[in-house]
Structures are given as structure tokens and as C-alpha cells.
Design a protein around this ligand. Sequence first.
Ligand code: ZN
Length: 132
Amino acid sequence: MQARARAVAPYSGFPVGAALLARSGQIVSGANVESVSYGLTCCAERVALFKALTDGVRDIQAIAVVARYRHGPTPCGACRQLLMEFAPEALVLLADSARPKHYRQYSVKELLPESFSDWRSKAKRRRAASEG
Ligand SMILES: [Zn+2]
């Protein structure tokens, strides 16, 4: 909710806040940032994730995403892909800012089944198995 208050969303009027929780207990937040050139806009989830990664925060356990959206917003495809790559074990908590204590909870895998990183890790497992 605090991150959402810092969103830069003058075009959509749809502020979104996200906060990642690392195993260390560190919380990294982000909010959506929009550009006059709409395609450069970045989602709250990715802002938080990029901040965490570039600050050396790993082992992300959970991400909360909040916006004024019935039952809470769901991450877009790009955010789902990045969460699968960098926070595959995270719980994803989605809440409507009007009722933030009533959140939905998903695993990243539920949100992005059969993902590209699945293919990569399967290939890695196959290589490890063939190497004995
Ligand atoms: Zn997104």
C-alpha cells in the first residue's frame, strides 16, 4: 500500500504497488512508472524485482501486489516470466487496495505453467543426469 502511493501513473490513473519479501526479511518495494511514450511503462512488480536484484537481494519468498482492482490485480505476462526466472518459489499475494487484508495467493508456477525457465531447468537436469 505504501509503495502504491509512490506510483507514477498519470496516464492510466491506475497506481499499483508491489513489495518483495526476501528470506533475510528484507522488503523491497516498487510501483508502476509510466512514460509519455506508453511502451516504456514498467509494472510495479518489475520495478520491485529489478530494485531487489540490483541491490543483491535474492531468495525472494513472496511478492505482494496491490491496486484498486476487484480481487486484486494479476501480474502481466512479462512480470510472470521474470518472477519465474528470479523468484520461482515466491508466493504471489494479490489484493484490492480497497480491501487489502482480503488477498488471493498463488505460486509463481500456478501463474505461469510450462514456462520457458521450466524448459531450461529441465535441460539442466537432463544434462546432469547424463553426466552421471
Ligand atoms: Zn507486469
